[in-house]
Design a protein around this ligand. Structure first.
Ligand code: RIB
Ligand code: CA
Length: 315
């Protein structure tokens, strides 16, 4: 059984990643979800994930974190996720469960401290909460088995030519986390794109059960950008983290040094992947596992099988 804590900015793809993990209770124990501003405000992200949990009678503690990056204003991704951060699900009932009253950092401290064994952090947004958690409670870093993180790229970008949103939004926090000494598995944009879901595959969810129809509605909104551009697939970025958690052998990766650019005008938030080899690694903790691609067919099969299984829970 793998104990995990989610930190993210739900967010259509964050929600889909969360649901996929929730669909494997025999393998994954979700110990909580902390929200951070990114796709929308931290409060909206909290409301969004609680709304999904309540709709499916799933119950996990949710704590709200930072509503802006460490050192700069939030440059949010509303144009992709809508003003609420989960547009496309406005018809679904509002949450009735109240969030945990603690700040995300205090929730993380209390939860990790109380655990007997190690926990895996699955991060899907800017790293503001995690950076402050590591800086405020450094002794707890040793209880983190690894961070499986959606963020960065080997060489591409979606905010700038070489910068991915989660790193771009809060590069100072990203640098703190990358320099923390905690093991990191980086689900790069390249890995996410190689595991993109076909629009035709997404259509099959329309006549499925309760969970499939919810995911259909989420993807319908999330994929409008792909449709508008004539693409035949959508990279459900954050899903990649949970598929790695469940089936790491589906991925191709390289272990290499990765540093975060903080000050670049054209490279703010760039994950600088140094593939020159071991001679350029000054300390072992500089090495990250950089996911580069995935077996798309097997990822899609795992994902759709999970939804089919979850549909049975609500009959
Ligand atoms: O760049 C993609 C990432 O930014 C995803 O985590 C998405 O949810 C947004 O947070
Ligand atoms: Ca996200």
């Amino acid at each position: 059984m793998r104990k995990i804590l989610f930190d993210g900015d739900p967010g259509h793809d964050d929600v889909i990643a969360f649901l996929t993990a929730a669909g494997h209770p025999e393998e994954v124990e979700i110990c909580g979800f902390t929200t951070v501003a990114g796709n929308s405000s931290a409060d909206n992200c909290t409301e969004n994930i609680l709304k999904i949990m309540d709709y499916l009678n799933l119950s996990y503690p949710v704590a709200t974190g930072y509503n802006e990056p460490l050192c700069r204003p939030l440059d949010n991704a509303a144009k992709f996720h809508g003003e609420t951060g989960l547009d496309g699900c406005l018809a679904y009932p509002d949450a009735f469960t109240r969030k945990d009253p603690r700040h995300a950092v205090e929730f993380l401290k209390d939860t990790v401290s109380a655990m007997e064994d190690e926990v895996t952090l699955v991060t899907m947004g800017p790293l503001t909460n995690i950076a402050v958690f590591f800086k405020t409670y450094p002794h707890l870093r040793k209880k983190i088995r690894e961070i499986i993180m959606m963020g960065g790229s080997y060489s591409s970008g979606n905010m700038l030519a070489k910068s991915e949103f989660n790193m771009f939004a809060d590069p100072e926090s990203a640098r703190i986390v990358f320099d923390s000494g905690v093991s990191i598995v980086l689900a790069t944009m390249e890995a996410c794109y190689s595991g993109a879901l076909l629009l035709t595959e997404q259509e099959t969810l329309k006549n499925g059960g309760k969970v499939s129809r919810l995911v259909y509605d989420i993807l319908k909104y999330y994929s409008r950008y792909a449709l508008r551009n004539g693409w035949d697939r959508t990279a459900v970025y954050d899903l990649t983290t949970v598929v790695y958690l469940l089936a790491p052998d589906l991925f191709q990766y390289r272990d290499m040094r990765v540093d975060i650019e903080v000050n670049g005008v054209y490279t703010r938030g760039m994950t600088v992947c140094d593939d020159r080899g071991p001679a350029y690694i000054e300390a072992p903790e500089q090495t990250k596992r950089v996911l580069l691609s995935v077996d798309r067919e097997k990822l899609a099969s795992l994902f759709f099988e999970t939804l089919k299984k979850m549909d049975q829970w609500y009959i």
